[in-house]
Design a protein around this ligand. Structure first.
Ligand code: SF4
Length: 260
């Protein structure tokens, strides 16, 4: 495989918690949309790191630690580019690990079917319109009531840590860790998320595909990516994908600033 040439850029974005600057390597040629997923996640993580620093400066502490995976029982939304990236990650796994992961996903699917949630999650993944937070609320609640571990969780540790979705990277709390055992009843204090990268990538995919800015429930993301494989096979100029996504970051951040 020929190595993709890249352009090294320094990104600078004003966020509510300070100026974010980070180097990124943008592919110069035609690439699939998955190529910019790591770049956007990096920007999201840097924005989150600024929020973390601000919270610590205000005397708060981040309670999240390795081995604490209470939040890995919540429904994780992923954008279409991330669903394709997960499918590619699975394809590259060593056979044994891949088989174990496929089995875990199948077990989660069976449990969701038994609980009457699978059809609802599949409908969300395939809907032709963007769902509001209000519409998602009952399904999020019913899913969380199952307390079902994410199919990628092994011994309370994320087995795809480097490739985990943006939404998983964005949830950090400053309330006591034990509060996360019941995130509905307890006063959990999440760190503000200045820009949701799954939303950015969802909006980008909406423009590229002409469909809604959909967010796909993680347990059905792999099967969604398989069903939509022909769409995911498209390629675009890396620089224009990145610029387009970065433009959405700016717009969302501006909307946050205006709302304050
Ligand atoms: S992908 Fe990893 S971090 Fe995200 S919910 Fe699943 S186990 Fe947790």
């Amino acid at each position: 495989m020929t190595e993709q040439s890249v352009e090294r850029l320094e990104v600078s974005v004003k966020t509510p918690a300070g100026l974010l600057t980070t180097p990124v390597e943008v592919p110069t040629g035609f690439v699939p949309v998955t190529a910019i997923v790591p770049l956007m996640r990096r920007i999201g993580e840097q924005a989150q790191a600024l929020e973390e620093r601000k919270a610590i400066a205000a005397g708060e502490a981040i309670s999240c630690k390795k081995g604490c995976a209470a939040c890995c029982r919540m429904l994780v939304p992923v954008s279409a580019p991330e669903a394709f990236a997960l499918r590619d990650m699975l394809a590259k796994m060593p056979a044994g690990r891949r088989q174990a992961t496929v089995m875990n996903v199948a077990a989660a699917r069976a449990r969701l079917e038994q609980a009457g949630l699978l059809a609802r999650l599949t409908e969300i993944a395939e809907t032709g319109r963007q769902l509001s937070d209000e519409e998602m609320e009952p399904i999020n609640r019913d899913y969380y009531a199952l307390r079902m571990p994410c199919p990628f969780l092994e011994n309370e540790v994320c087995s795809i840590y480097e490739d985990r979705p943006a939404a998983c990277r964005e949830l950090l709390v400053t309330s006591p860790a034990e509060f996360c055992q019941d995130m509905v009843s307890n006063p959990v204090r999440p760190l503000p998320v200045p820009v949701r990268i799954s939303t950015v990538l969802g909006l980008l995919w909406s423009e590229l595909s002409g469909g809604p800015a959909r967010l796909i429930p993680l347990p059905v993301a792999l099967e969604w990516a398989e069903r939509h494989a022909p769409e995911g096979a498209g390629t675009w100029k890396g620089a224009s994908l990145f610029e387009n996504a970065l433009d959405k970051v700016w717009r969302l951040l501006n909307a946050v600033t205006r709302d304050k």
